[in-house]
Design a protein around this ligand. Structure first.
Ligand code: NAD
Ligand code: IPM
Ligand code: MN
Length: 368
């Protein structure tokens, strides 16, 4: 049997910096755990635009459809801010999500004990936190038509459309209920059914799926604005949160600060099973290209490394190896390793991106 295949799209800004550390970890698994991967690399985002005039070349899209999993760094940057929407770096990522039909975006927010004092919230609010935000990723206002900027009378009008079909809601709801069954059996669905018809339908469909297929799971509903408040008031009340594309984007960035830093949050974007039974999958950190720290060796590689741990778990049936990698991250944090984003106001001396990679590799060695 051939090795599992990975397509690495490191992207822009700190993307390549954090992905370098992931590549060393992939090599470690080949050398030390007899888990070799066939790795190919390609361009996405601004770097693809610079080379091809498009943020995602058709050949790259085709490769992404064929591999067992895609690992992505980050896209975007100020250099590309004024480009036409059709060729913006972010469009490359949105095309991958849409054409691979990655409708279920898993964004876990876990607070490692070593960082509990560093969160912007009090220790007892975040210590032991382990929640999972399931964000619908291929529809909603990100993709709804009509969209655009046009002129009406003597002024410009910007238009986007929030649109959800019943089947789009049902499939992401099912993925949230399935996850909840393997966790603490609770789902909280968030929308704004008080002001949006798409929210009314969302609540109806989630309720129907729950009644018919998952009545053993505890389901609650919350308006997303209240959800945002509850997430910082008492995040441990949640287990799985299921929500739409835009609310999920916002709520997951807010959840990041519960864990200490945006540099800590991984994600898995999953679609339907392929012929080999594995889901179509893309793994990426929740953070962006961080132009303010690019090229300075300051980026925290942990979000990207934990995204690879999610790949081990969800694409490669290697839950024990994912546990090993997560434990290695936990150990280096407990030992005091801190990139700059993980230092509190009292300061301290940060280590570099590569030094964080070194420390995690050493912890992996020590785990053997
Ligand atoms: P960002 O996530 O890039 O940065 C927000 C803040 O968090 C910055 O201060 C940054 O330095 C810090 N930060 C982020 N990741 C970090 C890490 N790993 N280690 C240490 N600090 C980290 O968000 P932004 O500044 O709003 O966006 C910058 C660009 O990235 C934009 O072009 C945006 O569209 C893009 N973006 C891409 C993705 C993605 O590729 N998935 C996600 C979000 C934003
Ligand atoms: C994310 C990012 C993306 C999004 C952008 C870069 C398209 O913010 O993955 O959270 O809005 O989905
Ligand atoms: Mn985002």
């Amino acid at each position: 049997m051939s090795n599992p295949s990975l397509l690495i799209l490191a992207g822009d800004g700190i993307g390549p910096e954090v992905m370098n550390e992931v590549k060393r970890i992939i090599t470690w698994y080949g050398d030390k755990r007899d888990m070799p991967f066939d790795v190919t690399e390609d361009l996405v985002g601004g770097c693809a635009y610079d080379k091809h005039g498009t943020p995602l070349h058709d050949d790259t899209m085709a490769k992404a459809q064929e591999v067992d999993a895609v690992l992505l760094g980050a896209v975007g940057g100020p250099k590309y801010d004024d480009l036409d929407f059709s060729v913006k770096p972010e469009r490359g990522l949105l095309r991958l999500r849409k054409e691979m039909d990655l409708f279920s975006n898993l964004r876990p927010a876990q607070c490692f004990d070593a960082l509990a004092d560093f969160s912007s919230l009090k220790r007892d609010i975040v210590a032991g936190l382990d929640i999972m935000i399931v964000r619908e990723l291929t529809s909603g206002v990100y993709f709804g038509e009509p969209r655009g900027i046009h002129v009406e009378g003597n002024e410009r009008v910007g238009v986007n459309t929030q649109r959800y079909t019943e089947s789009e809601i049902a499939r992401v709801a099912r993925s949230a209920f399935e996850l909840a069954r393997r966790r603490n059996n609770k789902v909280c669905s968030m929308e704004k059914a008080n002001v949006m018809e798409s929210g009314v339908l969302w609540r109806q469909v989630v309720t129907e799926i729950h009644e018919k297929e998952y009545s053993d799971v505890q389901l609650s509903h919350m308006y997303a604005d209240n959800g945002a408040m509850q997430l910082v008031r008492n995040p441990k009340q949640f287990d799985v949160i299921v929500t739409d594309n835009l609310f999920g984007d916002l709520l997951s960035d807010a959840a990041a600060m519960l864990t200490g830093s945006l540099g800590m949050l991984p994600s898995a974007s999953l679609g339907l099973p392929m012929a080999n039974g594995r889901p179509k999958a893309l793994y990426e950190p929740v953070h962006g290209s961080a132009p303010d720290i690019t090229g300075q060796g300051k980026a925290n590689p942990i979000a990207c490394i934990l995204s690879f741990a999610m790949a081990l778990r969800y694409s490669f049936d290697a839950g024990a190896e994912a546990d090993r990698l997560e434990a290695a991250v936990e150990k280096v944090l407990a030992d005091g390793a801190r990139t700059a984003d993980l230092l509190g106001p009292e300061g301290g001396s940060p280590i570099s991106t590569t030094e964080m990679g070194d420390a995690i590799l050493a912890a992996l060695d020590a785990s053997l």
